[in-house]
Design a protein around this ligand. Sequence first.
Ligand SMILES: Cc1cc2nc3c(=O)[nH]c(=O)nc-3n(C[C@H](O)[C@H](O)[C@H](O)COP(=O)(O)O)c2cc1C
Length: 397
Amino acid sequence: MPIVRFLTAGESHGKALVGIVDGIPSGFFLSADDIDQDLKRRQGGYGRGGRMKIEADRGEIISGVRWGKTLGSPISLQIVNKDWDNWQQGMSGYETDALSIPSVVKPRPGHADLAGAVKYNTKDIRDILERSSARETAMRVALGAVAKKILSEFDIVIGSYVCRIGSARYNKPVPSLEKQLLALFRLAEKSPVRCPDNVATRKMVACINRAIRNNHSLGGLFVVFATGLPMGLGSHVQWDRKLDGQLAQAIMSIQAIKGVEIGSGFAMASQPGSEVMDEIYYRKSSDPEIMPFVRKTNHAGGIEGGMANGMPVTLTAAMKPIPTLRKPLASVDIVTKRPLAAAYERSDVCAVPAAAVVGEAMVALTIVNAFLEKFGGDSREEILRNYNSYRAYIRKY
Ligand SMILES: Cc1cc2nc3c(=O)[nH]c(=O)nc-3n(C[C@H](O)[C@H](O)[C@H](O)COP(=O)(O)O)c2cc1C
Protein backbone atom coordinates (compact mmCIF):
# COMPACT_ATOMS: atom_id res chain seq x y z
CA MET A 1 0.00 0.00 0.00
CA PRO A 2 1.38 3.46 -0.82
CA ILE A 3 2.24 5.77 2.08
CA VAL A 4 0.42 8.70 0.51
CA ARG A 5 -3.01 7.89 -0.85
CA PHE A 6 -5.46 10.30 -2.39
CA LEU A 7 -8.96 10.30 -3.82
CA THR A 8 -11.06 12.90 -5.56
CA ALA A 9 -14.84 13.10 -5.88
CA GLY A 10 -17.26 15.46 -7.53
CA GLU A 11 -19.09 16.04 -10.80
CA SER A 12 -18.16 18.84 -13.19
CA HIS A 13 -21.39 20.79 -12.55
CA GLY A 14 -22.02 19.36 -9.10
CA LYS A 15 -21.92 21.38 -5.90
CA ALA A 16 -18.20 20.96 -5.31
CA LEU A 17 -15.09 18.90 -5.89
CA VAL A 18 -13.73 17.21 -2.82
CA GLY A 19 -10.45 15.43 -2.20
CA ILE A 20 -8.64 13.58 0.55
CA VAL A 21 -4.91 13.02 0.85
CA ASP A 22 -3.88 10.61 3.57
CA GLY A 23 -0.36 9.92 4.86
CA ILE A 24 0.96 13.48 5.11
CA PRO A 25 2.98 13.71 8.36
CA SER A 26 2.47 16.36 11.05
CA GLY A 27 4.22 19.68 11.43
CA PHE A 28 4.35 20.96 7.84
CA PHE A 29 3.15 24.49 7.14
CA LEU A 30 0.16 24.60 4.81
CA SER A 31 -2.19 27.41 3.89
CA ALA A 32 -5.07 27.84 1.45
CA ASP A 33 -2.85 30.30 -0.46
CA ASP A 34 -0.40 27.48 -1.26
CA ILE A 35 -3.26 25.66 -2.94
CA ASP A 36 -4.89 28.64 -4.64
CA GLN A 37 -1.71 29.68 -6.44
CA ASP A 38 -1.65 26.41 -8.36
CA LEU A 39 -5.41 26.42 -8.93
CA LYS A 40 -5.01 29.79 -10.61
CA ARG A 41 -2.18 28.48 -12.78
CA ARG A 42 -4.38 25.58 -13.91
CA GLN A 43 -7.22 27.89 -14.85
CA GLY A 44 -5.06 30.01 -17.11
CA GLY A 45 -3.57 29.37 -20.53
CA TYR A 46 -4.63 30.68 -23.91
CA GLY A 47 -7.32 28.52 -25.56
CA ARG A 48 -9.46 27.68 -22.54
CA GLY A 49 -13.26 27.77 -22.88
CA GLY A 50 -16.02 29.76 -21.18
CA ARG A 51 -16.14 27.59 -18.04
CA MET A 52 -12.85 28.96 -16.78
CA LYS A 53 -14.32 32.47 -16.95
CA ILE A 54 -17.11 31.40 -14.58
CA GLU A 55 -14.96 29.60 -12.02
CA ALA A 56 -12.42 31.25 -9.71
CA ASP A 57 -11.20 28.13 -7.95
CA ARG A 58 -10.38 28.35 -4.25
CA GLY A 59 -9.21 25.42 -2.17
CA GLU A 60 -10.90 25.24 1.19
CA ILE A 61 -9.10 23.19 3.83
CA ILE A 62 -11.71 21.09 5.63
CA SER A 63 -9.55 18.88 7.83
CA GLY A 64 -6.04 17.75 8.71
CA VAL A 65 -4.60 21.23 9.31
CA ARG A 66 -4.67 23.24 12.54
CA TRP A 67 -3.31 26.75 12.89
CA GLY A 68 -1.51 26.52 9.58
CA LYS A 69 0.24 23.19 10.24
CA THR A 70 -0.56 19.65 9.17
CA LEU A 71 -1.74 17.33 11.94
CA GLY A 72 -0.78 13.98 10.41
CA SER A 73 -4.47 13.19 9.94
CA PRO A 74 -6.13 12.97 6.50
CA ILE A 75 -6.20 16.36 4.79
CA SER A 76 -9.49 17.01 3.04
CA LEU A 77 -10.15 19.86 0.64
CA GLN A 78 -13.13 21.32 -1.14
CA ILE A 79 -13.45 23.46 -4.27
CA VAL A 80 -16.92 24.89 -4.72
CA ASN A 81 -18.23 24.98 -8.32
CA LYS A 82 -19.63 28.43 -9.01
CA ASP A 83 -21.51 27.00 -12.02
CA TRP A 84 -23.55 24.92 -9.54
CA ASP A 85 -25.91 27.90 -9.30
CA ASN A 86 -27.01 27.09 -12.87
CA TRP A 87 -27.19 23.34 -12.31
CA GLN A 88 -28.92 22.88 -8.95
CA GLN A 89 -31.79 20.94 -10.49
CA GLY A 90 -29.93 19.44 -13.45
CA MET A 91 -27.33 17.90 -11.11
CA SER A 92 -29.50 17.51 -8.02
CA GLY A 93 -29.20 14.41 -5.85
CA TYR A 94 -32.98 14.28 -5.37
CA GLU A 95 -35.34 12.10 -7.36
CA THR A 96 -37.93 14.92 -7.37
CA ASP A 97 -35.65 16.91 -9.73
CA ALA A 98 -35.37 14.05 -12.26
CA LEU A 99 -35.99 14.94 -15.92
CA SER A 100 -35.55 18.66 -15.20
CA ILE A 101 -33.12 18.85 -18.16
CA PRO A 102 -33.02 16.78 -21.37
CA SER A 103 -30.81 13.70 -21.51
CA VAL A 104 -27.57 13.75 -23.51
CA VAL A 105 -27.85 11.01 -26.14
CA LYS A 106 -25.14 11.91 -28.67
CA PRO A 107 -21.78 10.41 -27.62
CA ARG A 108 -18.67 12.41 -28.57
CA PRO A 109 -15.89 10.45 -30.29
CA GLY A 110 -12.77 10.60 -28.09
CA HIS A 111 -14.72 10.96 -24.84
CA ALA A 112 -15.82 8.51 -22.16
CA ASP A 113 -19.43 9.00 -23.35
CA LEU A 114 -20.21 5.80 -25.26
CA ALA A 115 -18.18 3.22 -23.35
CA GLY A 116 -19.28 4.81 -20.05
CA ALA A 117 -22.98 4.85 -20.94
CA VAL A 118 -22.93 1.19 -22.02
CA LYS A 119 -20.80 0.09 -19.04
CA TYR A 120 -22.85 1.91 -16.41
CA ASN A 121 -26.17 1.13 -18.14
CA THR A 122 -27.53 4.63 -18.62
CA LYS A 123 -29.31 6.32 -21.54
CA ASP A 124 -28.26 9.78 -20.32
CA ILE A 125 -24.60 10.42 -21.14
CA ARG A 126 -24.55 13.25 -18.56
CA ASP A 127 -24.29 10.49 -15.93
CA ILE A 128 -20.83 9.77 -17.40
CA LEU A 129 -19.51 13.05 -18.78
CA GLU A 130 -19.93 14.92 -15.52
CA ARG A 131 -17.28 12.76 -13.86
CA SER A 132 -15.06 12.00 -16.85
CA SER A 133 -14.65 15.75 -17.45
CA ALA A 134 -11.23 17.22 -16.71
CA ARG A 135 -12.88 19.55 -14.19
CA GLU A 136 -11.79 16.78 -11.79
CA THR A 137 -8.19 17.81 -12.36
CA ALA A 138 -8.77 20.98 -10.31
CA MET A 139 -8.83 18.78 -7.22
CA ARG A 140 -5.73 16.87 -8.33
CA VAL A 141 -3.96 20.22 -8.60
CA ALA A 142 -5.12 21.19 -5.10
CA LEU A 143 -3.90 17.90 -3.62
CA GLY A 144 -0.70 18.19 -5.63
CA ALA A 145 -0.10 21.62 -4.09
CA VAL A 146 -0.09 19.94 -0.66
CA ALA A 147 2.54 17.48 -1.92
CA LYS A 148 4.61 20.30 -3.43
CA LYS A 149 4.55 22.20 -0.15
CA ILE A 150 5.95 19.20 1.74
CA LEU A 151 8.64 18.62 -0.90
CA SER A 152 9.61 22.31 -0.97
CA GLU A 153 10.90 21.94 2.61
CA PHE A 154 13.54 19.60 1.17
CA ASP A 155 14.34 21.94 -1.74
CA ILE A 156 12.52 19.75 -4.23
CA VAL A 157 10.95 21.92 -6.94
CA ILE A 158 8.43 20.64 -9.47
CA GLY A 159 7.73 22.65 -12.59
CA SER A 160 6.65 22.35 -16.20
CA TYR A 161 6.65 24.04 -19.57
CA VAL A 162 4.85 23.54 -22.87
CA CYS A 163 6.97 22.59 -25.87
CA ARG A 164 4.36 21.97 -28.55
CA ILE A 165 0.82 23.05 -29.42
CA GLY A 166 -0.49 21.61 -32.67
CA SER A 167 2.19 22.25 -35.28
CA ALA A 168 3.94 25.05 -33.30
CA ARG A 169 7.02 23.88 -31.41
CA TYR A 170 9.68 24.91 -28.97
CA ASN A 171 12.25 22.53 -30.34
CA LYS A 172 15.16 22.67 -27.86
CA PRO A 173 16.04 19.42 -26.04
CA VAL A 174 15.05 19.15 -22.38
CA PRO A 175 18.06 20.52 -20.46
CA SER A 176 20.10 18.29 -18.17
CA LEU A 177 20.82 20.68 -15.34
CA GLU A 178 18.66 21.97 -12.52
CA LYS A 179 19.56 25.64 -13.13
CA GLN A 180 18.57 25.45 -16.80
CA LEU A 181 15.26 23.76 -16.03
CA LEU A 182 14.38 26.32 -13.40
CA ALA A 183 15.23 29.16 -15.81
CA LEU A 184 12.90 27.70 -18.46
CA PHE A 185 10.18 27.30 -15.85
CA ARG A 186 10.44 30.97 -14.83
CA LEU A 187 10.13 32.05 -18.47
CA ALA A 188 7.20 29.70 -19.08
CA GLU A 189 5.30 31.18 -16.17
CA LYS A 190 5.18 34.51 -18.04
CA SER A 191 3.90 33.04 -21.32
CA PRO A 192 0.16 32.78 -22.11
CA VAL A 193 0.78 29.22 -23.32
CA ARG A 194 3.41 28.40 -20.64
CA CYS A 195 6.19 28.13 -23.25
CA PRO A 196 9.66 29.46 -22.33
CA ASP A 197 10.38 31.00 -25.74
CA ASN A 198 8.75 34.20 -27.10
CA VAL A 199 8.88 33.24 -30.77
CA ALA A 200 7.42 29.79 -30.10
CA THR A 201 4.78 31.37 -27.82
CA ARG A 202 3.64 33.64 -30.65
CA LYS A 203 3.46 30.67 -33.03
CA MET A 204 1.46 28.64 -30.50
CA VAL A 205 -1.02 31.48 -29.92
CA ALA A 206 -1.41 31.88 -33.70
CA CYS A 207 -2.02 28.14 -34.00
CA ILE A 208 -4.76 28.32 -31.35
CA ASN A 209 -6.34 31.34 -33.07
CA ARG A 210 -6.44 29.39 -36.34
CA ALA A 211 -8.04 26.45 -34.55
CA ILE A 212 -10.69 28.73 -33.01
CA ARG A 213 -11.47 30.23 -36.43
CA ASN A 214 -11.74 26.80 -38.05
CA ASN A 215 -13.65 25.13 -35.20
CA HIS A 216 -10.76 22.72 -34.60
CA SER A 217 -9.14 21.71 -31.34
CA LEU A 218 -5.48 21.09 -30.49
CA GLY A 219 -3.21 18.94 -28.38
CA GLY A 220 0.50 19.15 -27.76
CA LEU A 221 3.49 18.24 -25.62
CA PHE A 222 4.64 19.43 -22.23
CA VAL A 223 7.63 18.75 -20.00
CA VAL A 224 7.36 18.18 -16.25
CA PHE A 225 10.52 18.14 -14.11
CA ALA A 226 11.47 17.67 -10.48
CA THR A 227 14.77 19.02 -9.18
CA GLY A 228 16.52 18.32 -5.87
CA LEU A 229 15.53 14.66 -5.55
CA PRO A 230 17.93 12.62 -3.44
CA MET A 231 19.40 9.54 -5.08
CA GLY A 232 17.46 6.37 -4.26
CA LEU A 233 13.76 7.29 -4.34
CA GLY A 234 11.83 4.35 -5.81
CA SER A 235 13.33 0.87 -6.11
CA HIS A 236 14.55 -1.71 -8.61
CA VAL A 237 13.31 -4.69 -6.57
CA GLN A 238 9.66 -4.91 -7.59
CA TRP A 239 7.71 -3.71 -10.65
CA ASP A 240 5.30 -1.53 -8.75
CA ARG A 241 8.04 0.21 -6.76
CA LYS A 242 9.82 1.60 -9.82
CA LEU A 243 9.64 5.39 -9.84
CA ASP A 244 9.49 5.69 -13.64
CA GLY A 245 6.58 3.22 -13.76
CA GLN A 246 4.73 5.12 -11.06
CA LEU A 247 5.27 8.44 -12.81
CA ALA A 248 4.12 7.07 -16.16
CA GLN A 249 0.90 5.81 -14.61
CA ALA A 250 0.30 9.06 -12.77
CA ILE A 251 0.73 11.12 -15.95
CA MET A 252 -1.22 8.73 -18.18
CA SER A 253 -4.15 8.94 -15.78
CA ILE A 254 -4.65 12.60 -16.74
CA GLN A 255 -7.53 13.11 -19.15
CA ALA A 256 -6.36 13.22 -22.81
CA ILE A 257 -2.73 12.23 -22.08
CA LYS A 258 -1.75 9.50 -24.55
CA GLY A 259 2.02 9.22 -24.21
CA VAL A 260 4.77 9.66 -21.64
CA GLU A 261 8.51 9.71 -22.19
CA ILE A 262 11.08 9.68 -19.36
CA GLY A 263 14.23 11.65 -20.22
CA SER A 264 15.25 11.19 -23.86
CA GLY A 265 12.84 8.21 -24.04
CA PHE A 266 11.85 7.58 -27.65
CA ALA A 267 14.91 9.25 -29.19
CA MET A 268 17.20 6.81 -27.32
CA ALA A 269 15.65 3.89 -29.18
CA SER A 270 17.48 4.85 -32.38
CA GLN A 271 20.85 5.88 -30.91
CA PRO A 272 23.91 3.86 -29.93
CA GLY A 273 24.30 3.18 -26.21
CA SER A 274 27.58 5.03 -26.06
CA GLU A 275 25.77 8.26 -26.92
CA VAL A 276 22.86 8.11 -24.53
CA MET A 277 24.11 6.61 -21.25
CA ASP A 278 24.93 9.36 -18.76
CA GLU A 279 28.57 8.91 -17.73
CA ILE A 280 29.36 8.97 -14.01
CA TYR A 281 31.82 11.37 -12.33
CA TYR A 282 32.88 11.81 -8.72
CA ARG A 283 33.36 15.31 -7.32
CA LYS A 284 34.15 15.78 -3.65
CA SER A 285 33.09 19.19 -2.35
CA SER A 286 33.27 20.96 1.01
CA ASP A 287 29.75 22.30 0.27
CA PRO A 288 27.38 19.90 2.07
CA GLU A 289 24.67 20.73 -0.48
CA ILE A 290 26.68 19.24 -3.34
CA MET A 291 26.33 15.49 -3.69
CA PRO A 292 29.46 13.63 -4.87
CA PHE A 293 28.21 11.55 -7.83
CA VAL A 294 27.42 13.71 -10.85
CA ARG A 295 26.50 13.43 -14.54
CA LYS A 296 27.05 15.88 -17.36
CA THR A 297 24.07 14.63 -19.35
CA ASN A 298 20.62 13.44 -18.35
CA HIS A 299 19.21 11.21 -21.08
CA ALA A 300 17.91 8.91 -18.34
CA GLY A 301 15.64 11.70 -17.07
CA GLY A 302 17.02 11.26 -13.55
CA ILE A 303 15.89 7.65 -13.15
CA GLU A 304 17.93 4.45 -13.55
CA GLY A 305 16.66 1.02 -12.51
CA GLY A 306 13.44 2.56 -11.21
CA MET A 307 15.37 4.80 -8.79
CA ALA A 308 16.13 8.51 -8.75
CA ASN A 309 19.85 8.89 -9.55
CA GLY A 310 20.27 12.40 -8.18
CA MET A 311 19.80 14.23 -11.49
CA PRO A 312 16.59 16.15 -12.21
CA VAL A 313 13.65 13.91 -13.09
CA THR A 314 12.31 14.96 -16.49
CA LEU A 315 9.41 13.64 -18.49
CA THR A 316 7.51 14.70 -21.59
CA ALA A 317 3.79 14.02 -22.01
CA ALA A 318 1.68 13.98 -25.17
CA MET A 319 -1.87 15.34 -25.03
CA LYS A 320 -4.35 14.53 -27.78
CA PRO A 321 -6.57 17.30 -29.21
CA ILE A 322 -9.68 18.21 -27.20
CA PRO A 323 -12.44 15.82 -28.33
CA THR A 324 -15.46 18.15 -27.99
CA LEU A 325 -15.73 19.94 -31.33
CA ARG A 326 -17.85 22.84 -32.55
CA LYS A 327 -17.84 21.11 -35.94
CA PRO A 328 -18.95 17.77 -34.52
CA LEU A 329 -18.00 14.38 -35.86
CA ALA A 330 -20.26 11.50 -36.79
CA SER A 331 -21.97 9.68 -33.96
CA VAL A 332 -25.08 7.65 -33.18
CA ASP A 333 -28.09 8.47 -30.98
CA ILE A 334 -27.85 5.93 -28.14
CA VAL A 335 -31.66 5.74 -27.86
CA THR A 336 -32.89 5.70 -31.50
CA LYS A 337 -29.58 4.29 -32.92
CA ARG A 338 -29.89 6.79 -35.79
CA PRO A 339 -26.76 8.52 -37.14
CA LEU A 340 -26.30 12.15 -36.04
CA ALA A 341 -23.64 14.70 -35.13
CA ALA A 342 -21.94 14.35 -31.72
CA ALA A 343 -23.01 16.66 -28.88
CA TYR A 344 -21.25 20.00 -28.36
CA GLU A 345 -20.96 21.40 -24.86
CA ARG A 346 -18.96 24.54 -24.00
CA SER A 347 -15.36 23.44 -24.33
CA ASP A 348 -11.68 24.33 -24.40
CA VAL A 349 -9.98 24.55 -27.79
CA CYS A 350 -6.57 23.80 -26.29
CA ALA A 351 -5.74 22.87 -22.68
CA VAL A 352 -2.07 21.87 -22.95
CA PRO A 353 -0.88 24.69 -20.61
CA ALA A 354 -3.42 23.61 -17.98
CA ALA A 355 -2.58 19.93 -18.45
CA ALA A 356 1.08 20.74 -17.70
CA VAL A 357 0.03 22.14 -14.31
CA VAL A 358 -1.99 18.97 -13.68
CA GLY A 359 1.13 17.00 -14.68
CA GLU A 360 3.11 18.84 -11.99
CA ALA A 361 0.48 17.84 -9.41
CA MET A 362 0.59 14.17 -10.37
CA VAL A 363 4.40 14.16 -10.31
CA ALA A 364 4.37 15.87 -6.89
CA LEU A 365 1.94 13.31 -5.44
CA THR A 366 4.02 10.43 -6.83
CA ILE A 367 7.31 11.84 -5.57
CA VAL A 368 6.02 12.75 -2.11
CA ASN A 369 4.97 9.13 -1.73
CA ALA A 370 8.41 7.86 -2.77
CA PHE A 371 10.04 10.44 -0.52
CA LEU A 372 8.02 9.45 2.56
CA GLU A 373 8.60 5.78 1.79
CA LYS A 374 12.37 6.46 1.97
CA PHE A 375 12.48 8.94 4.85
CA GLY A 376 9.22 7.94 6.55
CA GLY A 377 8.20 9.29 9.88
CA ASP A 378 5.17 10.75 11.56
CA SER A 379 6.40 14.30 11.96
CA ARG A 380 8.36 16.86 9.95
CA GLU A 381 11.20 16.71 12.49
CA GLU A 382 11.50 12.93 12.27
CA ILE A 383 11.63 13.07 8.47
CA LEU A 384 14.19 15.86 8.53
CA ARG A 385 16.43 13.74 10.79
CA ASN A 386 16.15 10.75 8.46
CA TYR A 387 16.71 12.90 5.38
CA ASN A 388 19.77 14.70 6.78
CA SER A 389 21.39 11.51 7.99
CA TYR A 390 20.91 9.89 4.55
CA ARG A 391 22.52 12.88 2.85
CA ALA A 392 25.46 12.72 5.26
CA TYR A 393 25.77 9.01 4.47
CA ILE A 394 25.85 9.65 0.70
CA ARG A 395 28.55 12.30 1.13
CA LYS A 396 30.75 9.78 2.97
CA TYR A 397 29.81 6.74 0.86
C1 LIG B 1 -6.90 20.44 -18.26
C2 LIG B 1 -7.76 19.69 -19.22
C3 LIG B 1 -8.86 20.33 -19.79
C4 LIG B 1 -9.67 19.66 -20.70
N1 LIG B 1 -10.73 20.32 -21.24
C5 LIG B 1 -11.56 19.66 -22.11
C6 LIG B 1 -12.68 20.34 -22.68
O1 LIG B 1 -12.95 21.51 -22.42
N2 LIG B 1 -13.46 19.62 -23.54
C7 LIG B 1 -13.20 18.32 -23.86
O2 LIG B 1 -13.93 17.73 -24.63
N3 LIG B 1 -12.15 17.67 -23.33
C8 LIG B 1 -11.32 18.31 -22.47
N4 LIG B 1 -10.24 17.64 -21.93
C9 LIG B 1 -9.97 16.25 -22.36
C10 LIG B 1 -11.01 15.26 -21.91
O3 LIG B 1 -11.30 15.39 -20.54
C11 LIG B 1 -10.60 13.83 -22.24
O4 LIG B 1 -10.19 13.74 -23.58
C12 LIG B 1 -11.75 12.87 -22.01
O5 LIG B 1 -12.07 12.83 -20.64
C13 LIG B 1 -11.50 11.45 -22.52
O6 LIG B 1 -10.44 10.85 -21.87
P1 LIG B 1 -9.15 10.34 -22.66
O7 LIG B 1 -8.82 11.42 -23.66
O8 LIG B 1 -8.09 10.23 -21.61
O9 LIG B 1 -9.48 9.07 -23.32
C14 LIG B 1 -9.40 18.30 -21.04
C15 LIG B 1 -8.29 17.67 -20.45
C16 LIG B 1 -7.48 18.35 -19.57
C17 LIG B 1 -6.30 17.65 -18.96
